[in-house]
Design a protein around this ligand. Structure first.
Ligand code: BMA
Length: 358
């Protein structure tokens, strides 16, 4: 990487205090590419794909487009209960190695977390009929259980380091899609104030108590907003968020929806500019890519719609679980050519493009 900024600003009260911060590497990279390119990302890319699992060096992105993604998504759900693998069966030991490989090969890691409920650990993230958040906040009946969950997450993050012992910087994207009703931290059971407290508590605990200075934080509601004010309903504060994001699958499903995708990306990019942060399209995709020109006719036009959408620093599609659930066309898939064209666009960067910049 060219110019390395070893210090970032972190807000304490109303003062800006420089802190030595490994996460600065990621922010600097994203600031450098802002307006020039959008990094392409894929969830679980190195772990498995359509028709393969845990084959060294394998990647559906590389199989189809000839190079790895620039950004790699990983999921932590299950870690909080001490499970050896996540809820999609990815062993945490392998995930740690993948994340180190990504860092050493010039890519960026981002972690999502779909935790089990600390109130009833038999319930996964997709429950919306009981109140959880109120009970896990400080003073709540299950706060101590939640702290143990966070300790597990912290311990894992601390263990992601190179063989020389350097902490691997990463993006953490907790409590996403809170504006939807499907998760236990979502709008069906949680007030905006509770969610903001949960988000803030989570980050302050990991960063300040556990010293995770290599962590960059992404805020990513789903598509349920029509103004900046609505977008910020759940926003925990500029001092605990670095990346201004959005998840949006839904709006792509109708032809008129692209305008909505664009409008929301513009809201995100505008707020990022206002606060000196970077904007990202944190999750999207079309399951099984049934629309075989989705990448060049939907996603690319959305990313290239305006100066603001061109400032989206990365876009990530979800995982390639198998033939019944995948977001990236495997080589024989009818959308493979379209995906190749998409990644060949000079504004879309895979791993080698990103390395070239550095
Ligand atoms: C969902 C699906 C699930 C998966 C979950 C967490 O969107 O892909 O199969 O368990 O994400 O990764």
């Amino acid at each position: 990487m060219g110019l390395f900024v070893m210090f970032t600003s972190c807000q304490v009260g109303d003062k800006s205090v420089p802190t030595e911060n490994a996460s600065a590497e990621i922010i600097q990279t994203l600031q450098n590419i802002k307006g020039k390119a959008t990094l392409f990302g894929h969830q679980d890319d190195l772990a498995y794909g359509v028709g393969w699992k845990y084959v060294d060096g394998e990647s559906d992105t590389r199989r189809t487009a000839g190079d790895y993604p620039a950004l790699f998504g990983w999921e932590l759900g299950g870690l909080e209960l001490g499970h050896p693998h996540n809820l999609d069966s990815v062993p945490f030991d392998r995930m740690r190695n993948f994340a180190v490989w990504v860092y050493e090969n010039g890519g960026i890691n981002t972690f999502s977390w779909h935790p089990y409920s600390a109130v009833d650990t038999t319930k996964n993230s997709w429950v919306n009929d009981t109140t959880v958040v109120k009970h896990i906040l400080p003073g709540g009946s299950h706060h101590d259980v939640f702290l143990k969950h966070l300790d597990k997450v912290a311990e894992f993050f601390q263990s992601v380091k190179t063989s020389e012992g350097k902490a691997v910087p990463f993006i953490f994207r907790p409590w996403h899609e809170m504006d939807g009703g499907w998760f236990w931290w979502g709008s069906q059971t949680t007030t905006p104030e509770e969610l903001r407290s949960l988000f803030r508590f989570t980050i302050e605990y990991l960063r300040d108590e556990k010293g995770l200075n290599q962590m960059v934080v992404a805020y990513s509601p789903d598509r349920n907003f029509n103004s900046e004010e609505e977008y910020l309903t759940w926003y925990p504060g500029d001092d605990v968020v670095d990346i201004i994001g959005v998840d949006n699958y839904w709006d792509f499903r109708s032809p008129e929806g692209i305008a909505a995708v664009i409008r929301k990306l513009e809201t995100v990019a505008t707020y990022a500019n206002k606060t000196g942060k970077v904007a990202a399209f944190t999750e999207t995709g079309s399951d099984r890519v049934q629309d075989t020109t989705w990448f060049t006719q939907k996603l690319l036009p959305a990313l290239q719609a305006s100066e603001l959408t061109r400032q989206i620093t990365y876009v990530m599609v979800w995982r390639n679980h198998g033939l019944n659930h995948f977001y990236l066309p495997y080589p024989e898939h009818p959308a493979a050519d379209d995906f190749r064209q998409f990644t060949a666009d000079k504004s879309i960067w895979l791993l080698n493009d990103l390395k070239g910049m550095k």
